[in-house]
Design a protein around this ligand. Structure first.
Ligand code: HPA
Length: 270
């Protein structure tokens, strides 16, 4: 796997030169951030050696560099989910590649269901912890280049970036929540009792992504900042039938706010 990672990193750095030190993984329905970028260079996942290819509606499958506000960023528009049938190594492959490309900070976004009874559809939640119920992405062969075999997880989401994001949200008058994201395999959404269970164990939101990428990035020494857009509620009495299109639409409505927050945040990252 190490050879494939290095080969892919070498390919990308030839095509997208220079590679920015900040990367963003865009979640379901949040691809609109790319419309705000200028001076774009684009690589289709299909054209990147060893890259898996995204199959889900609402995920485009492009690696893009360009300016977001005043800063250069590397954007993954479309990510790989475990429920699509990829192995965890495939799901997290692009994050490994990022490290070899020199990425220092990773911003991850997702659409999620909210279990916290104070949450509303359309809320933005800063992820300050997670509970992983998926297979761990670090199971398998370990290479010292990846980082620790047994990574510390006392603070997987970078405290300084969380503080900065909170400050910026206040300045921009964008209300934000904070909480714990429960990572599940999907692809089923939760039953009422499953939502209740995830609330009891400490979850504020639940979704099918982000945790594998965050674990791998953290292991490799990349600073991780992650956000959920609450697209539906898993709160007793507020659970409604849900389609994937509902999730895409609800996330899309928050894209303008999320974009403003991320643009300012990136501007002020070191
Ligand atoms: N559960 C799991 N994943 C999700 C949800 C949900 O309610 N909403 C958006 N992604």
């Amino acid at each position: 796997m190490l050879e494939a990672i290095k080969e892919t990193a070498a390919f990308i750095s030839r095509k997208l030169d220079p590679v920015p030190s900040t990367a963003i993984i865009l979640g379901t329905g949040l691809g609109g951030i790319v419309d705000e970028m200028t001076e774009k260079q684009t690589l289709d996942y299909h054209d990147i050696p060893n890259f898996p290819v995204s199959t889900v509606e609402g995920h485009k499958g492009m690696l893009i560099t360009g300016k977001l506000g005043k800063r250069e960023v590397l954007v993954m528009q479309g990510r790989f989910h475990y429920y699509e049938g990829y192995t965890m190594q495939e799901v997290t492959f692009p994050v490994r590649v990022m490290k070899f490309l020199g990425v220092k900070q990773l911003i991850v976004s997702n659409a999620a269901g909210g279990m916290n009874p104070e949450f509303r559809v359309g809320d933005i939640m800063i992820i300050n912890d997670h509970i992983n119920t998926m297979p761990n992405p670090l199971i398998g062969v370990h290479h010292p280049e990846f980082g620790a075999r047994f990574p510390d997880m006392s603070q997987p989401y970078n405290r300084k970036i969380i503080d900065l994001a909170r400050t910026i949200a206040r300045e921009l008058n964008i209300p934000v929540r904070e909480g714990c994201y429960v990572g599940v395999t999907g692809p089923t959404l939760e039953t009422p009792k499953e939502y209740e269970y995830m609330r009891i164990i400490g979850g504020d939101a639940v979704g099918m992504s982000t945790v594998p990428e965050s674990i791998v990035a953290h292991q490799m020494g990349i600073d991780v900042f992650a956000l959920s857009v609450i697209t539906d509620l898993g709160v007793p009495g507020k659970i409604l039938p849900l389609t994937h299109q509902d999730v895409i639409d609800a996330a899309g409505r928050v894209t303008p706010q999320l974009t403003r927050l991320i643009v300012k945040l990136i501007e002020r990252l070191n």
